[in-house]
Design a protein around this ligand. Structure first.
Ligand code: ADP
Length: 162
């Protein structure tokens, strides 16, 4: 039987890099996306919208669910008896990711499992790049899963994106 792992992040919005990580991680774990409601981050999408976008991708997959996280990821894991956290790894944030992995291990003995992106096209993808391309009308369609592209496009057409 698969163990459960949380995949925490802002997902503002979920990208194809997140999807790539999810696809590989789901071979090992049942996944709980933990969407951060951290008010300090200046998000383009509300936490409910970010959750709904991920749900549009996972559909009715019973091994995956999406939760909103209003507190610490480690507290969520402790309360729900979850011992694993999934994170992505890239050169630009490896130090930060290792710091987080250390904190999670020290506080609740949670093991972080890292997935580097191996698909060249998605290696340098980030949610912030997607947001920049949306704002400046670049080509961002290939950066996000198709259902998410349609949700965002719909918001753009209704002038609902700042
Ligand atoms: P945060 O808000 O903590 O930056 P994100 O929502 O952007 O988190 O991403 C969640 C996780 O996905 C992080 O571990 C981040 O490193 C990882 N990730 C996102 N894009 C990539 C990528 N292109 N390559 C590797 N990891 C990635």
């Amino acid at each position: 039987m698969k163990k459960t792992a949380v995949f925490p992040g802002s997902f503002d919005p979920m990208t194809n890099a997140h999807l790539d990580i999810t696809r590989r991680a789901s071979k090992l774990f049942n996944i709980v996306f933990l969407v951060s409601a951290n008010a300090k981050k200046n998000c383009m999408f509300s936490v409910e919208e970010r959750k709904a976008m991920i749900e549009s991708v996972i559909g009715d997959d019973e091994d995956t669910k999406v939760e909103i996280c209003t507190g610490l990821v480690s507290n969520y894991c402790y309360k729900n008896n979850i011992d694993y956290i999934i994170r992505g790894l890239r050169y630009s944030n490896a130090g930060e990711e290792l710091d987080l992995a250390n904190i999670w291990y020290e506080t609740e003995r949670i093991q972080t499992i890292f997935f580097p992106i191996l698909t060249p096209q998605y290696k340098y993808l980030s949610s912030s790049r997607v947001r920049d391309y949306i704002r400046h009308k670049g080509d961002w369609e290939y950066m996000v899963p198709h259902t998410i592209y349609q949700i965002i496009k719909d918001k753009i057409n209704k002038n609902q994106i700042q």
